[in-house]
Design a protein around this ligand. Sequence first.
Ligand SMILES: Cc1ncc(COP(=O)(O)O)c(C=O)c1O
Length: 492
Amino acid sequence: MTSDGALYLQLAQTIANAIRAGTLAAGERVPSVREMARQEGVSLSTVIQAYRSLEDAHLIEARPRSGYFVSARPPGLPQPETSRPPAASMPVDVSSLTTQVMRLATDPRYISFGAACPSAELFSQDRVRRAVSRATQRNRQSLCNYPLGVGEESLRRAIARHGLRMGCQLDARDVVVTNGCIEAITLCLRAVTQPGDIVALESPTYFGFLTILESLHLRALEIPTHPRTGVSLDALQLALDTQPVKAVLIVPTLSNPMGATLSLDDRARLAAMMSRHNVPLIEDVLYNDLAEHDDMRRAVKSFDTTGHVMMCGSFSKTVAPGIRLGWVEAGRWGAKVAALKAATSGAQTAVLELAMADLLTQPGTEASYRQLRATVAVRVDDARGIIAQSFPPGTRVTDPPGGFILWVELPSDVDSFELFRRCLAECIVFAPGTMFSATDRYRHCIRLGVGGRWDNAQREALRRIGEIASEMARVKRPPALGGAVHRPELVD
Ligand SMILES: Cc1ncc(COP(=O)(O)O)c(C=O)c1O
């Protein structure tokens, strides 16, 4: 990806934001290519590319001999409301459904909205390849030396520097390198819980967290969460006051699946709450670099004065998922987490750690984040437009300030698992809502990842999901019996 490429996407994102905010209204003329180039101090070809990508996203349209105009947008859809999970903790049983859905979501025969990851072409693949080959050449023996310890020093230092972007003064010696963020979180949970303990988390939550809880025999206490402002701290406070919560696991920036982001005040309040209750907060900062604004990137950890925040991250969504590197700075549980890492999986592949350190410290990293943010922002707008046009009346959809995940709440009588089955028959995959809770609350919801390939086939497939959901909404299903959790199963 070139820096010029980044420029056209940034321009496209600025215009898309102006359209989204209503600064540029439907039917209004967009400045001509020449005017825009002069105004922004960029080349004509940069503006032409930006306008093309906005046309592809159906945000603007060219009218012969008149120029570009903002397309008529379907009326904006409302966002889902604050979730209302039960006040009791639950055992977790999601892994068999999750495994089956994720297998289909990565099957190349399907058009997939199932995965929450950008596809390979959205990463700076050449930079990554060059860094790996440089690291192999410079460290010729590293593949045949046994790696020991908690990570290469250069990578731990690069991660500590990366922490500064999130307002944190990390000491590189306290950073443990892991196999992705998922291992970092598993180690933290193992360090602070015993089987049967209660862990509080957002509702809905990332299904990967639920599968970890299930494997460690932990109980999930789901906390009401607003799609924009995140977990309710009043509800969390009540849970900490009344239940023996042993850990809190939260994604404060661009949570998965809702894209919720806590305000700075709430981050400070959360850090203080955890110290007061002497309960660890496992903070997942995986998506912080994808947030639209700098202050959304500031971690709860930056407000932690007592070491109660265990901060976990990785480079799976922003640099290179295939390198499988994550990290943790576990505060007062640092030594325990380091010992668990050594006992569980030893060290990571040194040459890949060196390559990642190289990538993080070279110029171009911030530009590659910006480019990724801009590309996916235009897509998210496009997808929201299609949902507004083709999903059944009563649908709600999130409007996340970054990232590539949409959470769609369908009318309550649409069973997302039945929708999932019917879409599978047409080779379309998404993640049904039941995967995101230990309860059966989100049976009428779906998660759509739009970070994969994005062209007319994907747009058509998204429209098709909406059409099938609309047919289903017209045929009402009988009311569910009782309140028992019933996990759907796929049959091969
Ligand atoms: C919130 C969250 N945390 C962790 C992960 C997994 O991260 P990694 O691939 O680095 O293990 C994901 C993947 O989707 C995620 O959404």
